[in-house]
Design a binder for this molecule. Structure first.
Ligand code: ATP
Length: 364
């Protein structure tokens, strides 16, 4: 079922010290990353962070100032794009609009001088692979956006490349179709076992699809980790705030111990620095309002309830911590509980294992 492709056919990618400048501007600033054989790696970052530039360096359309890129053992920076054995998918499909679906799929095989009978067979197989069986004779203009993107995917992999590069391939699709295609693209990757580099600025898409995510900002890689680790153990303020919501509270560190407004806070990850001024990062869904003392595995802080808002399935409580830090906590609605009175003191608990403290004041 996996056909001639599979992990044996894929290649790892090793990027070292890539730099690309436009005048004085660093689009890529000393980028190094290792992508494993058969891995689904996503480059995630805001607009202008350098994601596309990095992908275009891998593809061979942008020449970097410095650095090295290896596919397997082979240095490929001096190879032109068509000699790099990569499939590519873009946001705008880049299909030939006046050709049929089958002719679009056959094109990369014709370029590679594959025989007619084999082309016919492989086009059929590729159509089935992306659930377009029977649509080979359709014109591209008679396809929906989702179907076009499936053709683009099939065309990118039909010649069995060792690496697949995708630049925001789903961003032209509406939300429901985009979510469905996220699973389809991932399933296709899993079936083919092809090393895949996927560019998006959509954090949820990255979390949903990837084996690992490389977060990029201002031409630098901030952190490379699996989705869950990236979310639970962000290493920089940028990563913490780009993925998910955060609250930041000032923490004092002395003798290797952290305290929050005079109360001890425990964390089970080592404090990365001895800096006196550090910042506690909390996510809204980690926090719950507690009636009693903290459990052994929890931290706690007190605050003043400003207001509770009933929203049907949930209650949102707006709480002020230590005078000027506002925190909103969502709790499940229970008909046997009344809302606490505005002005009352409330206690917020969260798990020690969820406690992330980073050096600095959190504005960097
Ligand atoms: P987006 O999600 O908006 O595509 P990106 O993270 O993919 O963003 P890049 O396209 O890699 O960003 O661009 C990185 C930076 O390099 C941007 O500030 C862009 O303006 C700049 N840049 C890219 N190509 C050129 C060029 N040919 N000349 C000058 N500047 C460029």
């Amino acid at each position: 079922e996996a056909g001639p492709q599979g992990r044996d056919h894929a290649l790892p990618i090793s990027v070292r010290s890539l730099t690309k400048t436009y005048g004085a501007f660093h689009a890529l600033n000393d980028v190094s990353i290792d992508i494993r054989n058969g891995e689904f790696m996503t480059l995630l970052g805001p607009s202008g962070s350098g994601k596309t530039t990095l992908l275009m360096v891998l593809a061979g359309f942008v020449r970097p100032d410095n650095g090295s890129v290896k596919f397997g053992e082979r240095e490929i920076l001096l190879l032109p794009p068509h000699k790099r054995d990569i499939g590519m998918v873009f946001q705008n499909y880049a299909l030939f609009p006046h050709m049929t679906v089958a002719d679009n799929l056959a094109y990369p095989l014709k370029l590679r001088r594959v025989g007619k009978a084999e082309i016919r067979e492989r086009v059929e197989r590729a159509l089935d692979l992306v659930q377009l069986g029977g649509l080979g004779d359709r014109g591209i203009e008679a396809l929906s956006g989702g179907q076009r993107q499936r053709v683009a995917l099939a065309r990118a992999v039909i010649f069995e490349p060792r690496i697949l590069l995708m630049d925001e391939p789903l961003s032209a699709l509406d939300k429901n179709l985009r979510e469905q295609m996220q699973f389809e693209v991932r399933a296709l990757h899993d079936r083919l076992g092809i090393t895949t580099v996927y560019v998006t600025h959509d954090q949820r898409e990255a979390l949903t699809m990837s084996d690992r995510i490389a977060v990029i900002n201002e031409g630098r890689i901030q952190q490379v980790d699996p989705p869950r680790k990236l979310y639970e153990r962000p290493e920089t303020f940028f990563v913490a705030s780009f993925i998910g919501e955060t609250y930041r509270l000032p923490v004092e560190v002395a003798d290797g111990k952290a305290s929050l407004f005079g109360q001890p806070v425990r964390t089970d990850s080592p404090l990365g620095s001895n800096a006196a001024r550090q910042t506690l990062i909390l996510r809204p869904e980690m926090l719950h309002i507690d009636e009693g003392a903290p459990e052994a595995d929890e931290n706690q802080m007190t605050g003043t309830l400003r207001q509770s808002v009933f929203q049907g399935d949930s209650i949102v409580s707006y709480i002020t911590i230590h005078g000027d830090h506002e925190i909103a906590v969502r709790s499940q609605h229970r008909s046997d509980r009344s809302l606490p009175e505005p002005g009352s003191e409330v206690r917020l608990s969260w798990l020690v294992q969820d406690t992330v403290i980073l050096p600095g004041d959190g504005r960097t």
